[in-house]
Design a protein around this ligand. Sequence first.
Ligand SMILES: Cc1cc2nc3c(=O)[nH]c(=O)nc-3n(C[C@H](O)[C@H](O)[C@H](O)COP(=O)(O)OP(=O)(O)OC[C@H]3O[C@@H](n4cnc5c(N)ncnc54)[C@H](O)[C@@H]3O)c2cc1C
Length: 555
Amino acid sequence: MATTHETPVLIVGAGPVGLGLAADLGWRGIDCMVVEQGDGTIVHPRANTVNSRTMEFCRRWGIAEQVRQAGTPPDFPSNIVYATTLQGYELARIDRPTYGGHKPLPTTPERSQRCNQLFFDPILRELAGSFPSVTLRYRCRFESFAETQDGVLATVRDLATDKTETIAARFLVACCGGQSAIPKSLGIRMEGAAAISYHLNVFLKIPELWNHHDKGKAAFYFFVNRDGDGSSLIELDGRELWRLGLDCGPTRIAPEKLDIAATVRRLLGPNVPYEAISVLPWTCRSIVADRWRGGPVLLAGDAVHQHGPTGGFGMNTGMGDAVDVAWKLAACLDGWGGAGLLDSYQIERRPVAQRIVREATDNMEYEFDPAMRAVLEDATPEGEAARRRMREEIVTNRTRVFVSDGIVLGYRYDPSPIVWNDGTPPPRDSISTYVPTARPGSRAPHAWVADGKSTLDLFGKGFLLLAFDGAAADANALKRAAASRDTPLRVVAIDDPAIAALYQRRLVLVRPDGHVAWRGDAAPADPQAVIDVARGVSARPAANAQGAADAAAVR
Ligand SMILES: Cc1cc2nc3c(=O)[nH]c(=O)nc-3n(C[C@H](O)[C@H](O)[C@H](O)COP(=O)(O)OP(=O)(O)OC[C@H]3O[C@@H](n4cnc5c(N)ncnc54)[C@H](O)[C@@H]3O)c2cc1C
């Protein structure tokens, strides 16, 4: 007979999203079990960018410094170079001063880092495994599930013994990536394009490549030439590991058909010594699931959204899903969260993913004029003119691909049923620009409250009510309302006019994920209603819900 285990939360998949979710649940003291079919070995490098929002999560979990140390060294440039080939003409350069190192930025306590999944996933694994409430099971394949009265009964196979086991869980979270069968089993449809283009990535070892060309050290080299504009070379460790990306367009090319030597010769140079470690074929998609939940089953990460890697959003979006769903699961399991919390997960995260998938797809589909490309490598006045025009086009149109603070920090949960709209218009942020705001639904903005301590360091465990300008006494009503429902809420008084001006109201209620739930200048008329909406127990009054829809439409 199959062994049966029990866990409140069963997570399928120990990619970054499953591990991030397990870590956040573990950090909150919630029991969970992760089943992963692999043994944890990462054979090919994928995500490279750990953006500043994901770094903020890492800061919360106490691993930000570890990520900084494990990734590309802080003095390695994060700039982007466009060239015809590594030995050919340089076309343009885009600087990313907000990447890497320790220097503070005004909008976030954490800079984006370059830390490939080769190094990032093991850090997350170690973190998740360090919590006593988290069980990690590698070489354990999820096979199927059935919904029960209390949640799900899942069947898994221990790949070491080839024996099946059942796991009874209150919730199942599918973090099993783009090949997951779980969405199909729930009748979930993927909306969008299932295949935009086919690609091959070649994982290379080239020690000190910069000694073999004149373009200097860069994080990315993009190659635009008469053959196309879809090849790139990406630095992975600042020493010797690189990933050469090749766009095969509409044709799927088998890895064994690729002439690696000829490709390296053409793009990197005839005399560059290299070792090819592996080749990964992948398909560029542009899809978002129509539903992110089926009863006790929730889905996160690549299981519900996939797009091209340009911009470095995929994993980071999945980490945002994990952090959004984690506190909601924890609240439900701790007994103070209502059914509305889990309903709000898709309402909050799906529009964020749709915006990102749209942007990433536009980035992937961008094409340079083939007539201009055809002469770029020519040592003629016509070639020179084309290179000049190309430079202007790259700087004007491609900078947003690599500087995307509006996406990274400016995402908002406008339509959320657990956020109190305050009637103010949203700031006009863009893809590249983030405008800090404490408008409900937004990420509560960063400011330094003390040496090395950010406002963000105050958030996480339970709700936090920030009281500015002597408003601590007005905070009591909300504090009492939360206590009457066993909902964790702390009040922190901040006596700093600059931070008060940034938050714009005397009282600001911040959720456990660091997003603003409500704000006002005085205690609300019905403090219980504010708390009950924020913890997903009651619906917002109709007038407030309409206001949120109007504000969302402004976007
Ligand atoms: C070339 C490339 C470059 C990229 N660059 C970036 C970047 O710079 N920044 C960024 O943010 N994103 C990037 N991405 C995207 C990023 O890699 C993914 O978005 C991210 O890995 C998704 O994480 P995940 O945990 O959802 O899924 P995955 O990483 O796919 O993990 C899913 C896990 O589930 C396991 N699993 C599947 N089925 C089962 C089962 N039945 N039982 C048990 N386990 C199972 C799998 O073995 C796997 O370990 C890139 C992707 C590619 C292809």
